[in-house]
Ligand binder design. Structure first.
Ligand SMILES: Nc1ncnc2c1ncn2[C@@H]1O[C@H](COP(=O)(O)OP(=O)(O)OP(=O)(O)O)[C@@H](O)[C@H]1O
Ligand SMILES: [Mg+2]
Length: 256
């Protein structure tokens, strides 16, 4: 099972949209067995599959406590795609772990996901916009990282630092590679073209050729609690995600 973290410490740059689109496309178009791990207490990915339950202990929050996938994997209604959901109990679970320095803190997801290694081809992790113990666990379990970015100046300013932080996790997880940065919610303008060129000229960012266009349907989809792939497969964003996944599969194994 290949484990891929979708991460950016900035909020709202399409991490969840990218994680669920990639997970659905790998399952439905490429016939892969996919496990989607919602690692965000907001539970946005879980809500898309009607698997968000405020009071439930099952899911990522239980997995990080128990170091076990058992009882935490659910159906999504999409063939080939399973989900480990998340809710606000994640905060409590993370605090409990941090308060107990006598136990190992960083390799809990790695151990748990190892138990599902034979059952899935891919595990896609949707991370929150922060770097708590659950995110460190995700990075230590991951072989690859994909960084979605919006082309505003703040994102570009922070990109070098973010890539540096992600790469620094390699001290703890030497197997982890940056698969690449992905421009999301792209609207064509002279400024965005210049910004994209600026990133492309720096090979350390490994920018994917395919960017994801801004599409009204991507925003509308959240209203219907659907991914953009399920809501409108013909939208520009869905078409671009298809090409992005093809590019990713073509590139696999080539990370820095
Ligand atoms: N290509 C796109 N076109 C239009 N809207 C988009 C696109 N991609 C994402 N969005 C919208 O942008 C908003 C933020 O997206 P998303 O929730 O995926 O970001 P996020 O990085 O996961 O946010 P958070 O940091 O809160 O977890 C959502 O309303 C989503 O529908
Ligand atoms: Mg999100």
């Amino acid at each position: 099972m290949r484990i891929i973290s979708i991460i950016n410490l900035k909020g709202g740059c399409a991490k969840t949209t990218t994680a669920v689109s990639m997970a659905e496309l790998l399952a439905t178009r490429h016939g892969k067995r996919v496990l989607l791990l919602d690692n965000d207490k907001q539970g946005n990915a879980s809500r898309l599959y009607k698997r968000y339950s405020q009071g439930s202990r099952q899911g990522a929050q239980n997995m990080i406590r128990s170091r076990s996938v058992s009882g935490n994997i659910m159906d999504t209604g999409i063939e080939g795609l399973s989900l480990i959901p998340c809710n606000y109990y994640m905060e409590q679970a993370a605090l409990e772990i941090l308060k107990d320095p006598s136990t190992r803190q960083h390799d809990r997801y790695r151990e748990a996901l190892g138990q599902a290694a034979e059952d899935y081809d891919y595990c896609i992790i949707d991370n929150p916009p922060d770097i708590g113990i659950n995110v460190v666990n995700a990075l230590i379990a991951s072989q690859e990282v994909i960084i979605p970015i919006n082309l505003d100046n703040y994102s570009i300013d922070g990109l070098e630092m973010l890539v540096g932080q992600v790469v620094s996790i390699r001290r703890l997880n030497p197997d982890m590679k940056l698969a690449g940065c992905l421009v999301t919610d792209y609207e064509r303008s002279a400024t965005s073209e210049a910004a994209e060129e600026w990133i492309r000229a720096r090979p350390q960012f490994k920018l994917f050729k395919q960017h994801i266009r801004h599409s009204r349907q991507a925003k509308d989809a959240t209203f219907y609690h659907q991914s953009v792939i399920t809501h409108s497969v013909r939208s520009g964003a869905a078409q671009d995600y298809k090409k992005f996944v093809e590019e990713y599969l073509g590139r696999a194994g080539d990370g820095i």
